[in-house]
Design a binder for this molecule. Structure first.
Ligand SMILES: C[S@@+](CC[C@H](N)C(=O)[O-])C[C@H]1O[C@@H](n2cnc3c(N)ncnc32)[C@H](O)[C@@H]1O
Length: 389
């Protein structure tokens, strides 16, 4: 496909998203209907769509054509080379469109930061002096990070193995065992180091959070909201411990046995009715369902779909989840509550409410990361029970 044809495809997908479709579904639908598109075309169309979605408001919230045109204009691309109607490229811009593009946009603070109006005050209240920087960080693409399975390979050997498949990576400055991918991130899933479990895709902030939780040798650790099991795998990689994984939707853990086998670790999956029988645990890690507000660079669609009602519903789930998870912790054990959100309602407010209802517990460690060059936004609070001797 020509550059113009890729832009035309992105416009089609953006118009579907504007009409209510989910980004992933619209992209998959387009790819299925466009068998002529190769892997590089699909990647380019996806990049266009996600680049626009990250900045949808600051690009003027128009139809797909104007959004794409503004994005390209912002990136100093000559629009006449793209909007020329040749070889499946988009039609030449109309006079009205050209006039709209010539005018500067008058943007509110929320629009300039690419956040919904209702969220901007909530975001500011949560992040204070960091609000602007954290919002702006979500307007750009995020780096890809890998967790090296250090049980099986050193960082240097993992980098060398990845390089053989054309993936260049370097050690993260502050997170042990973490690699930042510099080149060809799309080749990771076919790289031998990935297929043989030597490296896993995992954001640096998630890796850091797992490393911050104290786990004694031989401990029993429950990943209570395991999903695909990324945190359980990270615990298993770092500790000689019995690792258990649970999720209210067990189907989400379907790939975990294969991933654990690839990594050379053992993780016991527990169905919801089996957790109590296996309790208590020395550590219960609760990676609660959340807005994902620290990861919106990777899923910008979610930023525009979040509503106040949905946030309130998530907070109710979080309050429930932490309360349930606490019941499975051994008397001298630890309860770790984590989200990939930067919103206070989902983080400190949940902890404050839990402590109010459960005065025997207190916070022994708190960490809040903002989205930025070193990883996604992430919150971690580790709690212990008081006066347990
Ligand atoms: C943020 S995701 C977990 C991501 C996962 N830890 C990882 O690293 O890939 C949250 C998970 O919590 C699960 N969940 C939601 N409500 C739950 C509940 N009441 N008890 C346990 N898990 C729950 C969801 O099914 C979802 O898989």
């Amino acid at each position: 496909m020509t550059p113009g044809a890729r832009v035309a495809a992105a416009i089609t997908v953006l118009d579907q998203i504007g009409g209510g479709a989910f980004a992933e579904q619209a992209l998959t639908g387009w790819a299925r209907a466009s068998r002529f598109a190769g892997a590089k075309d699909r990647a380019a169309v996806r990049d266009h769509v996600f680049d626009v979605l990250r900045c949808r408001r600051s690009l003027g919230e128009s139809d797909g054509r104007l959004l794409m045109a503004r994005l390209l204009q912002r990136d100093n691309v000559d629009l006449s080379h793209i909007f020329n109607g040749l070889d499946h490229a988009p039609d030449v811009l109309s006079e009205t469109e050209a006039a709209a593009l010539a005018l500067p946009l008058a943007l509110s603070d929320a629009a300039a930061c690419d956040l919904p109006d209702w969220l901007w005050p909530v975001w500011q209240a949560s992040l204070g002096a960091d609000a602007l920087q954290a919002a702006q960080a979500q307007q750009a693409r995020a780096d890809v990070f890998l967790r090296v399975n250090q049980r099986r390979i050193t960082l240097a050997a993992a980098m060398a193995a990845l390089a053989q498949d054309g993936v260049t990576a370097q050690a993260h400055d502050t997170v042990d065992g973490c690699l930042r991918v510099l080149d060809n991130p799309r080749r990771i899933r076919t790289a031998a180091a990935y297929l043989t479990g030597l490296v896993e895709l995992q954001d640096a902030a998630s890796q850091r959070a797992v490393q911050m939780v104290p786990v004694a040798a031989g401990a029993r650790v429950l990943d209570y909201c395991a999903g695909g099991g990324g945190k359980a795998l990270a615990f298993a990689d770092r500790h000689v411990a019995d690792i258990f994984a649970h999720d209210i939707a067990p189907a989400r853990m379907a790939d975990l046995p294969d991933r654990a086998a690839r990594a050379g670790v053992v993780i016991t999956r527990l169905a919801p009715d089996q957790v109590a029988d296996h309790a208590p645990f020395d550590v219960v890690f609760c990676d609660a369902p959340c807005s994902g507000s620290g990861t919106w660079r990777r899923s910008p669609d979610a930023k525009w779909r979040l509503t106040r009602d949905r946030l309130d519903a998530l907070c109710a789930i979080q309050n429930d989840v932490i309360g349930r998870a606490a019941t499975f912790v051994a008397p001298q054990g630890l309860l770790a509550y984590a989200t990939c959100s930067v919103l206070q309602d989902e983080n400190d407010a949940v902890i404050t409410r839990f402590l109010h209802c459960n005065p025997a517990w207190s916070v022994m460690l708190r960490d809040q990361r903002l989205p930025g060059p070193d990883g996604d936004g992430f919150f971690l609070s580790v709690l212990a029970q008081n006066n347990i001797s």
